[in-house]
Structures are given as structure tokens and as C-alpha cells.
Design a protein around this ligand. Structure first.
Ligand code: SF4
Length: 452
């Protein structure tokens, strides 16, 4: 992973600290958490981009002092707005904890309140505030390889193509920079997607992979399921895939479409990240392990041969041996056809980077090795189980060896056979004769000989 580049301070942060030494310490932590978003401390609220009042409940009249200070800062906010700028006001500390709603009600100039247990959520709260105002948080994070990396849209030369339908993310997993780098979830209009897909089909594309950071959050009319149904009607389009999905957005209509729409391939990349409910909560994934397992059950009830792919992070801050074992247990239950797994690495500016209990490198390495052994075993088993079966293969290109062509099974496995390049662009039944962890080998099934 590339090193994090920290943004130079471009935005002014004013923190006023009341009360005890603990609050002084917390204010420093807040400044640290906000530095990667480009905030640098200033000693006056006048003209600041972000003002945080870090309050204290202990002294008498502390609450009233907070309100009168907020009244003064509101005037500065109005003055800045009149000059074409913007100021965000946050109330932190014990008063925020005790009467957050009351503060928002009594002083509407306050954008958000944040209690002492939630300072690591500041980047998310600020990004959400900016979004609500229609602004983009101009954080200068380095691109995140694991989550930011949509496959690049490429010139169409073959029979498969990527088609971006959605961008951005509203989920704010605490380890991820995408919500800051890519902004809010946005769905392209259905008409634009259909027009592009028709153009691709006219160039010979037979398989579309719909792309989005949260592709199944696609919010066009009738969601991703409706879009897939419309795309499947385009002459020439025989296969539809999509990536990456979030378990929270896997709705009934999409699950049903997997059972009803032949073009929707039985392969689903559905990241879970961890099998531990505590870790999932700390990651802000918004679902529990059991919810994910029940979801997989429902998907497999709709499409019994569904092959699952996943993403995993081991060594998230505070992850215990027991919690890691729960991830292995979830993997044993799902039996992924393939998966991506990573060691947790702190991304400055993301909430998880500020969490206590960072796991040591040797422990992360050992856990990753154990997880990958298990995932590899399941991937091999899955591929081996295809031997003797006849699978429809969409042939994409010539193989490395002369006389060889390569395509993909419905489950996204590469399939190599010795045959004419005339097969490229066809979907041909192939008898699978051999399997490795990475690919399948076969021969044209008897009843398909006529095509070859
Ligand atoms: S769902 Fe989570 S991991 Fe995926 S892009 Fe959004 S914040 Fe990142």
C-alpha cells in the first residue's frame, strides 16, 4: 500500500477548551484526527473553517457559558457566510454528551455535537456536514488501493466491458478513506447507462460488469435489480455482473433477480471484513455476522449455485484471538469461491487509526496466513468441484500458448481450452477436465462440437 500523504494545513481549526486536563488532552487528539483532513490549529475563531467548543459540565453555569460563547461564534459564522465563506461549528465534551439534542435545538448554528467517546468519528461527522450543505470535503488522502480501486474503465477491445453505474460511498467504514476521497453516493441515470450499454453491445460486448463503490446501492428507478433486468434485454448482452456490493444494500429485489434473471451471473463479491460482531461494530459496517450469514442463505436459496467472494481485514484495532477465530468460523460457513484478505493498516485521518489496541505486525501476519490458508483451501475445493461438469464459457481471448483460447465460467473462473480463436465472443459449453486453485481446463462438450 502506498504511504499516506498528509494534506498541508489549508483549513483553520479553532478549538476552545474548557475544564479539566482530560479535555486539554482530548482537544489535542481532535486536532490530530483532523490534521489529515487539512485542518491546522489557529488561535482565533474569527474566520476559522471549523470551530470546536470542547465543553465541561463540572463547573456551575458551564452550560450557560457554552450557549453564550455559541452566540458569539454564530455572529462570526454569519460574517464569514456574508463574505462567501463557510464555518462549521461543533460542540464536544461533557455538555455535548449530556444535552446534545438540546444544544442543536437552542442554537441552530451548531452543525453537530460529538461526545467524548466519539472523537474518532470527527472525520465522518465533518464529511457528513459538508455533504448536507452540498459541499465536498477536499481531503487530500492518497488513493486507497483496496477499496478505492475500481477496475479502470478501458477501451473496449473484446467481449467484456466495465460500465460505471454508481460512485462514492455513504457508509463510512472506520478504516476506509473512500467516503472522503470519492464523496457521497451518486447513481448515474438509467437512460445514460442503457445508452452506453447499447453502444458497447453494438461493438460486440457480451458481458457487462457494472461498477460502483457501493454498486448495489444503485438508486436509479427500481434499483440495481431493475437496471439489470433492463440491461439483460439489450440484444447481444448475455451476461451481467456487478461489483462491489455492501451487505446492507442487498435488497429482496436483487436477491430475487438472481433467481429469475439468467443473465445475472451466479458470482457475487460481498465483502464482510470480519466475523466478529464487536469488530464489525467498531468498523461501522452496520451489520452483524449473523445478518451476513442469513443474507448468504437467502441468496443461495434464490440461486443455489451462487459463488461468493469476499474481502477480509485481519488485525483490526482491538481484534482478539477469539474475534479472529470468529472470522475463520464465518469463512467455514460461507466457503468462498475466492476472496481478498489484508492486514489492517492504519490510514491517518480515518477513525480507526485513532483507536486504541493496534495489533502488532507479527500477530497480524500470523492471522493473515491462517486465514489465507483456509480461503485457498476453499477456493481449490470450489474449482475442483467443477471437474466433470459442463459449464457455459464466454471466450474472451487467445491464450498464451498457440492454439489455446481463454474464457470465463459463470463463476468467473478462467477456463483454458485448446480450440480455434473462432470461439472468441461465443458462449460455448465446456467439459471441465482439470482444475487448479487459479483456473480450469477443459474441452468443448460433445454436443457443442458443431460450433467449433
Ligand atoms: S463500504 Fe466501507 S469499505 Fe466500502 S468504500 Fe464504503 S467506507 Fe470504504
Amino acid at each position: 500500500m502506498p504511504p499516506m500523504t498528509q494534506a498541508p494545513a489549508k483549513k483553520r481549526l479553532y478549538i476552545k477548551t474548557y475544564g479539566c486536563q482530560m479535555n486539554v488532552y482530548d482537544s489535542e487528539r481532535m486536532a490530530d484526527v483532523l490534521a489529515p483532513l487539512g485542518y491546522g490549529l489557529t488561535d482565533t475563531p474569527d474566520g476559522a473553517d471549523l470551530v470546536v467548543l470542547n465543553t465541561c459540565h463540572i463547573r456551575e453555569k458551564a452550560t450557560e457559558k457554552t450557549y453564550s460563547e455559541l452566540g458569539r461564534i454564530k455572529e462570526l459564522k454569519l460574517a464569514k457566510a456574508a463574505a462567501g465563506g463557510a464555518m462549521t461549528i461543533a460542540v464536544a465534551g461533557c455538555v455535548a454528551q449530556a444535552e446534545g439534542e438540546e444544544i442543536m435545538r437552542r442554537q441552530p448554528a451548531v452543525d453537530f455535537v460529538v461526545g467524548p467517546q466519539s472523537y474518532h468519528q470527527l472525520p465522518e461527522l465533518i464529511a457528513r456536514t459538508h455533504r448536507a450543505l452540498g459541499q465536498r470535503l477536499a481531503a487530500d488522502f492518497a488513493a486507497e488501493e483496496k477499496f478505492d480501486a475500481l477496475p479502470p474503465e478501458r477501451a473496449v477491445t473484446g467481449v467484456t466491458a466495465f460500465l460505471t453505474v454508481q460512485e462514492g460511498c455513504d457508509k463510512f467504514c472506520t478504516f476506509c478513506v473512500v467516503p472522503y476521497t470519492r464523496g457521497a453516493e451518486y447513481s448515474r441515470p438509467v437512460e445514460a447507462i442503457l445508452a452506453e450499454a447499447e453502444g458497447l453491445a453494438a461493438k460486440g460486448v457480451r458481458e457487462l460488469t457494472l461498477l460502483g463503490q457501493n454498486v448495489n446501492a444503485y438508486a436509479g428507478e427500481r434499483g440495481l435489480a431493475g437496471l439489470a433486468r433492463q440491461l439483460a434485454k439489450i440484444p447481444g448482452i448475455a451476461r451481467i455482473r456487478y461489483t462491489t456490493s455492501h451487505p446492507r444494500d442487498m435488497d429482496d429485489a436483487l436477491i430475487a433477480a438472481h433467481g429469475e434473471l439468467d443473465a445475472l451471473m451466479p458470482f457475487l463479491h460481498l465483502p464482510v471484513q470480519s466475523g466478529s460482531d464487536r469488530v464489525l461494530k467498531a468498523m461501522n459496517r452496520g451489520h452483524a455476522a449473523d445478518h451476513y450469514l442469513r443474507l448468504v442463505e437467502r441468496i443461495r436459496a434464490a440461486r443455489p449455485d451462487m459463488a461468493l467472494s469476499g474481502d477480509f481485514i485481519v488485525g483490526f484495532p482491538g481484534e482478539t484471538d477469539r474475534e479472529f477465530e470468529q472470522t475463520l468460523e464465518l469463512v467455514r460457513q460461507v466457503r468462498y469461491a475466492q476472496a481478498f484478505s489484508f492486514k489492517y493498516s492504519a490510514r491517518p485521518g480515518t477513525p480507526a487509526a485513532a483507536l486504541p489496541g493496534q495489533v502488532s505486525e507479527p500477530v497480524k501476519e500470523e492471522r493473515l496466513a491462517r486465514l489465507q490458508d483456509l480461503l485457498n483451501e476453499h477456493q481449490s475445493d470450489f474449482n475442483l468441484a467443477q471437474t466433470g461438469r459442463t459449464l457455459p464459457v464466454l471466450f474472451e481471448r487467445a491464450g498464451r500458448r498457440p492454439g489455446q483460447v481463454v474464457g470465463r465460467s459463470p463463476y468467473l473462473q478462467p477456463v483454458h481450452i485448446e480450440a480455434s480463436e473462432r470461439l472468441i465472443g461465443t458462449i460455448t459449453p465446456v467439459l471441465i477436465t482439470h482444475a487448479t486453485r487459479g483456473s480450469l481446463t477443459g474441452q468443448i462438450a460433445q454436443d457443442a462440437m458443431a460450433i467449433a
